[in-house]
Structures are given as structure tokens and as C-alpha cells.
Design a binder for this molecule. Sequence first.
Ligand code: AHR
Length: 340
Amino acid sequence: MKNVCAGIWILLIICLVCGCSSSGQPVRDETAYQERPQDNENQIVVGFSQVGSESDWRNANSESFRSVFTEENGYYLVFEDAQQKQENQLKAVRDFILQEVDYIVLDPIVETGWDSVLVEAKDAGIPVIIVDRQVKVEDDDLYTCWVGSDFRREGRLAGKWLEKYLESQGRGKDRIRMVTLQGTPGSSPQIGRTKGFASVMKRHKNWEMLEYQSGDFTQAKGQEVMEHFLKTYDGIDVVVSENDNMTFGAVEAIEEAGLTCGPDGDMIVLSFDAVRAALQAMEAGKINADFECNPLLGSMVSDIIHRLERKETVDKIQYVDEQYFDSDMDLSAIMDGRAY
Ligand code: AHR
């Protein structure tokens, strides 16, 4: 009897800790539940699980959703910032399911680990739209569609730009020593940009990648990683930085070390995103080229939702338009016409 009682207590404690009901289903977290406004039953309720606010790009991306998914446009947006943690995103998606939102929009921090939660959303009959980064799942029917950037193409473009630039400088055959500040390991932009650049690098035996290290897409870590590179290696020719905020940190580290970068500097700097502050830094001569990642996904996702509401089919994969910028371009004119 003693053993049975102890067993019941252990079970109860496990259920409390794991958040399960006696049926094994997740317990609704009332603090996370947001009632759909009573007088707005016609609104489309969208739960958006955002990665975080680690970069200028990310903030522009959040703003693009906030400005489109408004009450005036017929939406009720439940916005959850995961602070760069997958566990927070998993919880957010489960909360959206409990809240019975009409659509879930997920920007997954990394590509793996989503199967179970997407099965739960599918079982609940809630369409999931993946944005920006991608998911790697057993069954692609677990999500409705994906919209975002071709990260591999961005990496390839950077490699090809460098190829041409070195040639134009008469350095095509020189030994070129490089370092890469990578994004969050396992995230689509990290994987795509690294692979895309590597596909060009393998054509050049004289290009030597000294080290890859993650700066997690943040300025502070970008600076730390660049400090480490500068202490470890002499004569770095090229810095590949997988986003603009890490580049800002890297430029600080380079300048603090008494070195220079950009078209007239000691090191060539290649960056990704092309946010306004990076184009300004390019204008100031600190970045050579920047490969755009378009954060303005809000209206594309809204169009997708409208199509789904009309029971129309949507393309499974949708890429956004992107270009690149370098210091030979008229950057002031370019910045005038840009939203980010
Ligand atoms: O997923 C897009 C990437 O994530 C952007 O390059 C970066 O700035 C962001 O944090």
C-alpha cells in the first residue's frame, strides 16, 4: 500500500512538473491564453513565433509583421518573441494551439526539432506558415508553405563577388586568408550562406579559410569572435560575416586592434542583410559588399492567408527578391528608396 501511495505521489509530481493532465495532454496555460476580442469575431487570429530581436534585420522583420497584421487589416496578432531559444518557440506554438488561433506563423530558430509540435498543430487543424528560416521535417505536409530568402544563393553571390573583386585587384592568384563569423549554428541562414560561399571557395585552391566561428548573429558576439580571430591569425585578408550586426562588432574589433577594413583597408569585409546601418558603414568605407536578405515578409504572408481563406492553393516555397550592394554603387540614392 505504501508503495502504491508513493507511486501515485510520484505520478502527480511528474504531471505537475511536465504540465500534463491525467489524459497526458498538455494543460492549458491560462496565463498565456489571450481571449479573441468578443466584438471582433471576424478577425483572423494569427500567432507569430518570432526568433528574437538579435539584429537590425530581425527588428525590421518584426515591424513588417506588426504593420501588416493590424486590426484595420482584419487581424488579431499574437506576437511571441522567443529570445533566441527554441524551447520558447515550442511553448509559443503550443500556446497558439491552445488559444485556437486561425493561423500559426513560425520563424524557426534552427531547422530541426519541429516534427512533434507541427503534428500537434496539424491535428488541431491549424495551418502553419513557415517564414524566413526553414524546417527540416519528416513530412513536408506538416506545414502549409514557406516564404523567405535563398540563403545558399546569398552565399554563392558573396563568393562570386569576391572572385571578381580579387581578379580586378590583380590578386586572383594570391594566397587569400579568410575567417568566417557564422550565424546561429543549425539555422538556415548559417547553413545556406556557409554552403553557398564554400561552393565558390572550392574553385580556388589559393583561398584558405582559417576558421569558422559562430557569433550567433549578434553584435557583441561578433566583436568577441573577431577579437579572437585577430589574436590568433596574422594577415587576415577577408572577413566573411554572416550578418550585419556581427559585422558591426567585427569592424569595432578591427579598429580597436589598430587595423582598417573596407575598400581602402587592410581587410576585405563581406556582410549579409544590407540593413540601413550597414549601407551607411559601406558609405563610410568600412564594408566592401553586402548581400541582401529581405525582411519584408509581412505582406507576403498576409497574401498567403487571404488566398487560404478563399480556399485557393498557395505555392509551397516562395522566395523573396534580393540583390547585393557594393561600395562602387550610389548608396545614398539606394538608401533613400529603402524601408530598412
Ligand atoms: O534569418 C535571417 C537572419 O537572422 C538575418 O541574416 C540575421 O540578421 C537575423 O538575425
